[in-house]
Design a protein around this ligand. Structure first.
Ligand code: PLP
Length: 372
């Protein structure tokens, strides 16, 4: 199978599998136990925390380990809003459902203000100052999971900083694919399964001084997140972070993969009249390609591709199984018949040229078949 669904999840590296296995066999003790075996598990967890923290350029003690991107986002947003004095949340409809659905849920208790989106799905930074009076938190993603579009996060940060409002950034798709010298925000969410780590492990970095009220109460994680640590998952995430950091030193590798992605798009657009790349011409992650085949059903396309050995997805993975066009694409102004026929192809750092060529051929074949 040619796997171009890496924004949904990535294959764990052999070093990750080995760490998880070793942890299950040898480090299964509770890191909070005072005996020697417990302390060995604690030591391993803290080593992994340092590896993960170094991927995002922060001190390990500032990183809270959680059960993935969704929990990290929940802790950041719910935690800041409930620690504050009832201020508003500012976010956008381009966010992952983990943010949008949470915002809808919190809107019974807190005011939620939606930042408008401009062309390509970029947040309208000029509209931000007008939304910040009485705001407790702004949440803007770093890169979009459907189109790969990179948000102008530095500009968002400047506006938030001058208004004194903390900024949360969903970095789930960015971290591990792009280098981070220091987070361009006050709270950053990450998830290990997006960079060849295990599912069910993530992190929330919080800048010192930003108040976050725990959601899960307990003694662990310095009281910031209760629950016995997922030692195997955390050790696997540490191994994945270490490998990602090594790979990220190689800017040429990213450029080569971006070139492969661009080539894939050119091949598909040439072979399929009417196909259009969503957020084309914008700054996008090197690995993501969202292509609209107007008038076709993305589900039919995906099934046909899957029969021919190509795995991709429609909209975000979380909405697969549903025939609804992607809310994110619609909110950024993509026409309904294009959104309905949009397929997302997402590469990994291991995707090869021959896979890309074959994937473009299969895509063109499926478009002809489904369209004809
Ligand atoms: N945010 C973004 C941008 C994502 O792509 C995802 C996963 O698809 C999440 C958050 C949720 O992360 P997790 O699957 O680790 O809960």
């Amino acid at each position: 199978m040619i796997y171009l669904d890496n924004n949904a999840t990535t294959k764990p590296l052999p070093s990750v599998v080995a760490s998880v296995r070793t942890a299950l066999e040898e480090r299964w003790h509770n890191p909070s136990s005072v005996h020697r075996a417990g302390q060995a598990a604690r030591h391993a967890v803290e080593l992994a925390r340092a590896q993960i923290a170094s991927l995002i350029g922060v001190p390990a003690r500032q990183l809270t380990l959680v059960s993935g991107g969704t929990e990290s986002i929940d802790l950041a947003i719910r935690g800041v809003l409930s620690a504050g004095g009832g201020g508003a949340l500012v976010t956008s409809r381009a966010e992952h459902k983990a943010v949008r659905a949470l915002a809808e849920d919190l809107s019974d208790t807190f005011e939620v203000r939606w930042l408008p989106l401009g062309p390509g799905g970029l947040v309208d930074v000029d509209a931000l100052p007008g939304l910040l009076d009485g705001a407790a938190l702004v949440s803007v993603q770093w890169a979009n999971n459907e189109t790969g579009v990179v948000q102008p996060i530095e500009r968002v940060r400047e506006v938030c900083r001058s208004a004194g409002v903390p900024l949360h950034c969903d970095g789930v798709q960015w971290v591990g694919k792009m280098p981070v010298e220091e987070p361009p925000c006050d709270l950053l969410s990450i998830s290990a399964h997006k960079f060849h780590g295990p599912k069910g492990v993530g992190g929330l970095w919080v800048r010192p001084g930003v108040g976050v009220r725990p959601v899960l109460h307990g003694a662990q994680e310095l009281g910031r997140r209760g629950g016995t640590e997922n030692v195997p998952g955390i050790l696997g995430a540490g191994a994945a972070a270490e490998a990602a950091r090594d790979w990220l030193d190689d800017a040429d590798a990213r450029a080569r993969l971006a070139g492969l992605r661009d080539r894939f798009e050119r091949m598909v657009v040439e072979a399929c009249p009417g196909a259009e790349v969503n957020s084309a011409g914008r700054d996008r992650l090197w690995n993501t390609s969202s292509i609209g085949f107007a008038g076709l059903s993305s589900e039919a396309l995906l099934l046909s591709m899957s029969e021919r050995g190509l795995a991709a997805s429609a909209g975000s993975a979380c909405s697969s199984g549903s025939l609804e066009p992607s809310a994110v694409l619609l909110s950024m102004g993509v026409e309904e018949r294009v959104a309905q026929g949009t397929v997302r192809f997402s590469l990994s750092r291991f995707t090869t040229e021959s896979e890309i060529e074959r994937a473009a051929e299969i895509t063109a074949e499926c478009v002809r078949r489904v369209g004809g």
